[in-house]
Design a protein around this ligand. Structure first.
Ligand SMILES: [Zn+2]
Length: 274
């Protein structure tokens, strides 16, 4: 497979860190990013900007962390709509009537991805080793964001995201830009034989299997990500990977590195009206 463009920027606003995709930063019609773990009020294994409500932590601290992050990232607090983090492939269409769901209001029905064309909405998805898929159609002015753990990646949640943008907003995949956030990298994602076999069966046309120094199989989730967007007609030059590994970059939480005792990060994407 030809190389997919890889790159990211890291901005610090006070103590808060924000990762961004250069391909998306160049677009005037949207704002986007991915949170680092610094600058929040959480302590211990959650230190310090834990943005996951599903961890055993005081909810008030997570709410405070969102206030801190949204202030730094310029996200209107009341605009947030959150996924529910199921490791499935369900994508929901949301609008201004969903604002606050998953934050101060009860959660949406089970979903790992969201699409909208409403500039009053900021899409938010939770992560701790899993990829964030960002999609933007600048012609039909709509966006999509998904949480893609290995199960979601295996089952093509990225393809689902493109299909939803087609059916809900009439998007042409050739107009859609795609970004992939920080996640466990091809070298670090060790799997069992059964999972490796599932991936090889689901993606027979690309070489995604490796072997680590222990002799165990690894899977390249970034290639899996790119492939499912290419299959849907997204142009190769319109795909960008951050190429940042959550296990190796200590500015990030990693479920696997921290053996489950860790916090969560957020991806965000919104349409700008100006
Ligand atoms: Zn790695």
């Amino acid at each position: 497979m030809e190389c997919i463009h890889t790159g990211y920027t890291y901005e610090q606003v006070g103590e808060v860190g924000i990762y961004r995709l250069p391909l998306f930063s160049a677009q005037k019609g949207i704002d986007h990013g991915f949170s680092a773990r610094t600058g929040g009020v959480s302590e211990g294994c959650f230190a310090s900007l834990n943005l996951s409500f599903t961890r055993p932590e005081d909810r008030k601290k997570v709410v405070r962390n969102y206030e801190i992050f949204c202030d730094a990232a310029n996200i209107p607090l009341q605009s947030m709509v959150m996924d529910t983090y199921e490791h499935g492939t369900t994508i929901l269409r949301v609008d201004r009537n969903d604002c606050g769901k998953g934050y101060l209001l009860p959660s949406l029905p089970a979903c790992d991805g969201l699409v909208t064309n409403d500039p009053n909405v900021t899409l938010m998805t939770g992560h701790a080793d899993c990829m964030a898929f960002y999609c933007y159609d600048s012609v039909n002015k709509c966006i999509g964001l998904a949480h893609a753990g290995w199960r979601g990646a295996l089952n093509r949640i990225g393809s689902q995201l493109i299909k939803m943008m087609k059916t809900e907003y009439g998007s042409n995949p050739t107009n859609i830009l795609v970004g992939v956030g920080p996640s466990i990298c091809p070298k670090c994602f060790e799997v069992g034989e059964d999972v490796a076999a599932d991936f090889e069966k689901a993606y027979p046309n690309i070489n995604i299997r490796g072997t680590n120094e222990k002799g165990n199989p690894t899977i390249d989730l970034w290639k899996v990500a790119a492939e499912q967007f290419l299959e849907q007609g997204v142009k190769r030059e319109n795909i960008e990977l951050m190429g940042v590994c959550t296990m190796e970059d200590d500015r990030l939480y990693s479920h696997r590195r921290d053996k489950g005792k860790t916090g969560g990060m957020t991806a965000f994407l919104r349409i700008l009206t100006t």
